[in-house]
Ligand binder design. Structure first.
Ligand code: NZQ
Ligand code: ZN
Length: 390
């Protein structure tokens, strides 16, 4: 196990009716004038946005709203939000939504106190050490942004989708996790969220760092719980207990605890970010296509951890590592396709003729050559993995 610092200071307020605590929580963190960010309409239709505004008003907090965040959020709304936040003199942000909304709120939060272009933080030109405080009312368990220090934004010019990773500046101060708010999710979004949280665990699990038994077991237990709870939420979107378990899993998957003591991977995410940047697909659905292909490539080159995953998560019994790995990958892919009804190929994602050279070139331009650590990928390798998704 490697030395590590685990810093996850977000105050999680979890359970039924917790949404009504948002005013009290905001006040407890000294928020006085808030920019409330939301998405394309689900929070308006459900009445949640109006209720949040009322909870804030009841707590004596002023609020200004900014809607219209789209999935795979883009920089234009961030610039608009920074201008609005400055003009209104807001001191903090609340995101009402999922990863796209939270990441937009975080980008605005880091951009407001900065004199230059907020994109400098995403391009690596500047280091983010300070930001307006962010609170979250989560409506979809998926990206894990409610507990992470990260934000992923797409720059329209050049369609560059990239993440800013901070240790503490962008960790939300609080996150309200009310499973009832997820009852209205369409099945495709529920499923894509589940695929994304599983990927967040697996990106940390597929590591060459030895002797991380506790962290491995946390990951395996979380994955097994997600696999058990998923058919319940898919069959009955209003199954409170299953929704609650999936929601908590999504947060734990990405708040850092699954990575303690080891090198993390993240190549499947980088490969998927190129697909969603170029073709605009849902992030979690893209991951259901990428991850099995990446794993199959690894089964032939570094099968040890893949075999452990197969045996411990899917109870595969095969003695040979490669055989066990392949059986586990098939079980994962079948879970994605049959339990979650997610696409597992480019064609099923709606991409008939993907430009594999373009995807691979963009991947290495952003992430370097080679990229990854479990088995570093050259451009020929990444092209082969993209080919395996056809
Ligand atoms: O926009 P609205 O109308 O709200 O609809 C949203 C959106 O269409 C809908 N939705 C959300 N909650 C709902 C609901 N519909 C009905 N009822 C509800 N309760 O769901 C759709 C997807 O929302 P989005 O926020 O895009 O989903 P998600 O949480 O999966 O976020 C995806 C984004 O997060 C990034 C992804 O790359 C992608 O851009 N990620 C961010 C990470 C981070 N900051 O740490 C890590 C992740 O790996 C990921 O890359
Ligand atoms: Zn993700």
């Amino acid at each position: 196990m490697e030395n590590f610092t685990y810093w996850a200071p977000t105050k999680y307020v979890f359970g039924r009716d917790t949404e009504s605590r948002v005013g009290e929580l905001a006040a407890s963190f000294g928020m006085k004038k808030i920019l409330v960010v939301y998405g394309g309409g689900s929070a308006v239709r459900s009445g949640l946005l109006g209720r949040v505004e009322k909870y804030l008003a009841d707590a004596g907090i002023e609020a200004v709203s900014l809607g219209g965040v789209k999935p795979n959020p883009e920089d234009d709304l961030v610039y608009k939000g920074i201008d609005l936040a400055r003009a209104e003199g807001v001191d903090s942000m609340i995101a009402v939504g999922g990863g796209s909304v939270i990441d937009t709120a975080k980008a605005i939060a880091v951009g407001v106190p900065y004199q230059g272009d907020f994109w400098d933080f995403y391009s690596g030109k500047a280091k983010a050490t300070t930001a307006l405080p962010v609170g979250v009312v989560l409506t979809i368990p998926a990206a894990g942004s409610e507990g992470s220090g990260n934000s992923v934004i797409t720059k329209r010019e050049g369609r560059i989708k990239t993440g800013l990773r901070t240790e503490s500046a962008l960790r939300p101060r609080f996150a309200v996790l009310d499973p009832v708010l997820t009852f209205t999710l369409p099945p495709y979004q529920t499923a894509s969220g589940i695929s994304d949280m599983m990927a967040h665990i697996m990106e940390r699990y597929f590591s060459n760092t030895p002797d991380v038994e506790v962290t491995d077991r946390l990951c395996e237990g979380l994955l097994r719980a997600i696999i058990e709870e998923s058919p319940k939420v898919m069959a009955n979107p209003e199954d409170y207990q299953a929704r609650a378990n999936i929601m908590w899993a999504g947060t734990l998957a990405h708040n850092g605890i699954c990575g303690c003591g080891r090198q993390e991977e993240w190549t499947s995410h980088a490969m998927e970010h190129e697909i969603s940047a170029v073709y605009g697909v849902t992030h979690g659905a893209g991951l259901a296509v990428v991850f099995p292909a990446w794993l199959r490539f690894m089964a032939d080159r570094n099968p040890g951890k893949v075999a452990q995953f197969a045996r411990r998560v899917f109870s595969v019994e095969a003695h040979d590592d490669r055989a066990a790995a392949l059986e586990g990958i098939l079980a994962l892919q079948t879970f994605f396709s049959d339990t979650l009804n997610l696409p597992v190929s480019f064609a099923a994602l709606g991409i008939e003729n993907p430009d594999i050279d373009l995807l691979s070139d963009r991947l290495h331009a952003l992430k370097g050559n080679p990229t990854g650590s479990y088995y570093p990928l050259t451009p020929a390798d990444s092209r082969m993995i993209y080919q395996m998704m056809l």
